[in-house]
Design a binder for this molecule. Sequence first.
Ligand SMILES: C[S@@+](CC[C@H](N)C(=O)[O-])C[C@H]1O[C@@H](n2cnc3c(N)ncnc32)[C@H](O)[C@@H]1O
Length: 550
Amino acid sequence: MKKHDIVEGVIDTYEFPNKGSFHMDDRKVTVKGAIKGQKVSCRITKLKNGKADGRLLEVLEKSELEDAQPVCSHFGMCGGCSYQTLSYENQLKVKEELVKGLLDGVIDSAEHPYEWQGILASPVTKGYRNKMEFSFGDEYKDGPLALGLHKKNSTYDIVQMDDCYIVNDDLNKIVKYTVEFCRAAGLPYYKKMQHTGLLRHLVIRRSATNGDLLVNLVTSTQNLDALDLDAFVRGLLDLPLEGKIAGILHTENDSMADAVISDRTNLLYGTEYIYETVLGLQFKISPFSFFQTNTKSAERLYDKARSYVGDTKDAVIFDLYSGTGTIAQLLAPVAKKVIGVEIVEEAVEAARVNAELNGLDNCEFIAGDVLKVIDEIEEKPDFIVLDPPRDGINPKALTKIINYGVNELVYISCKPTSLARDLVTLQENGYYVTKACAVDQFPGTVHVETVVLLSKGEIDSKKVRVEFSLEDMDMSGFQKGATYEQIKAYVLEHTGLKVSSLYISQIKRKCGLDVGQNYNLSKKEDAKVPKCPPEKEAAIRDALKYFQMI
Ligand SMILES: C[S@@+](CC[C@H](N)C(=O)[O-])C[C@H]1O[C@@H](n2cnc3c(N)ncnc32)[C@H](O)[C@@H]1O
């Protein structure tokens, strides 16, 4: 097998979020976007140590999981909803299998059996997103101007979104109007490599509660005078929409990063927020605050989390990574006090307003990084809810969270691989999973949420099995940096490679880190010690960097 070869195979293994693989010539060929059971052809883009990456060219034979017709005209082109050829039932089946498989990979269920509670379906599968960020770009290499989502496997080309299936039709109409307005005015899009041009993103939020819309046009400030914002607003307000436009904003963003960032945001019309009702409570949502994107399914997620929290009448609860304070406020009526910590100031402001709106006087919201704020809060929690961003919890913050020593924790995660990594640390520190379930917030796509209840419980001394001898152990893992299990989980998550403790200790030693004296040394003088291959060495070094050990 050589680079650029076109090869075929049947996908037999599947990794979260959307990679399938097959074996050929003793190599594992990984293909992004391939579904288990599909026969695919792909072009080899990378070859490395017994592995290969392939770029999906064609699905030659469908998987038996693919029992549905795509519902969106952009399917195949758009990088968004790759599960559209699966019936919703099969989507749930695949997601449940993936999440359960990942959890079972890190939970010692023989020692600590846990209750797997299956997957909760989304009550809505069409038009469910309450927020979408559309990008401006070229539809093809030389235009025309397009506004939509990135084409599959493309960083630059945009699929013109006229009928995205997972947003309400009002959003499609606003997108169509905006691109026509910008084309007619001859406005250039912002080229992220050259840092020239004007149009960057269009962010639309829509309340699932009352259909109100918040439209935010994001541009650079280059030749801004060419953009007639008054005319843009007038045209928007004339659109025949089902819902009402509550606010129109213009955000100026000259940053190099390809993300929706605000240097300055001007309100052009109406208000700068919309409202959602979740499980009977009202939430004011501002343009840059995090809010779960599928409101109806979020109710199921929060309800499940609330049931895991259980009886908290006299408890102080910490809601870490609290966004606009939804979880904190849903728990406040059954707690003594709830403290939310969130890094986005605007979201914290909104959380405070929301608590007042909901008549809750036992909620406190603190703006800042969990890692730092934890050192400053005087109160101690009786219970902690964690809902971190996709990459999970910073290892140092996790150590501080563990040091609180609460008996129970609920961990909500939108990326099961980072959850699995953090579970390793939690388990090493005496927590074990008692209940878990998946919640589908994103029908049609590969994404899925997971809710886990962890308990410290009383350690039953009879259950502690000592299966190692100290001579074989590197004790440095307990004193500084990540443990071997954390490094293994990190490497597995980021590269798919399994690395042994032996290899980790070899690389730690190479990096000048302390490893136990006897570790790796065979008792037989002539014994051959396997040497860590370069690919695994690179992966271990990355992990050591991530855990700030080198
Ligand atoms: C998955 S969201 C959860 C929000 C909230 N629990 C909810 O359900 O709406 C994660 C939140 O963590 C915040 N965040 C990210 N890094 C953070 C950090 N280091 N410290 C505090 N908050 C952080 C993000 O801004 C985001 O609001």
